[in-house]
Design a binder for this molecule. Sequence first.
Ligand code: HEM
Length: 254
Amino acid sequence: MAMFGLGWYMADLPKDAPKAMSFDLFDLGIYNWQLSEEASPRTFYFNLHKSIGVTLLALIAFRIFWRLTHRPPALLDSLTAAEKKIATAGHHTLYLMMVLVPVSGVLMTLYSKFGLKWFGMDVFAGLDNPVMRDTFKEAHELLGVVMITVIGLHVLGAIKHKVINKDGELVVVQPKQRGKRQKGPYEYGALRNYFVPIIKDMKAGDACEIPFDKFDKERLRGAISGWSVHHWGKGSNITTINNDRKCVEILRVT
Ligand code: HEM
């Protein structure tokens, strides 16, 4: 989001402003940036945007490598087939935009007359081809609009799961839960999918016991440790493993 802010901020900077060697970042009086040669604010902020953007591109490449080598948590079983398709399409579009937005920026820079400097270090010179530069400039702006729209929809979807569905979607993506999931072969997502149909008709204050023989106790330990509060379906459920009674206890509290 900072890159969008920076992009929009710098695009309106005047081309003929006086040059300086020191920049108060965004005129906030918080951080001063010193340069080895004089530059106009426009040059300074363009170079900053390009340097951070190229760095992000490298981080995004690593993220994609990570995604390809690690499986994400399963989508909720409570989603309809259409909802699953929309969610998956949204995620793929986000990944695509994470690549296309910075790549179009790099190509625009390649065809500009300025070339690319990474935090002051020369990376490549510009080819000075205005037609190609303008094409990738248009692409960069357009793809940016697509990206921010999909990010907005993604956030709205997450809020809907938290506030309206209350189905624990945001619990599955928390690093702590994912760590547990990796230790035990029982996936947190699979566990929740198993419990939701059992507990969905429970009312506030109801308790329910699920015998161990339904599933492997040791594998459950990977997903439930001690007393844990979950928001599976409506209301919150306290879930614990009861060794004496050889069952999983679920207590609906709201
Ligand atoms: C990482 C993600 C990036 C995002 C989200 C992003 C976003 C933006 C946005 C919102 C603008 C303003 C567009 C407008 O005028 O409406 C912009 C402009 C620009 N971006 Fe990026 N950018 C990214 C990466 C890059 C990279 C890697 C480069 C080049 C190495 C780059 C080069 C530029 C340039 C040169 C402009 C100014 C275009 C002009 O007004 O002439 N951007 N960017």
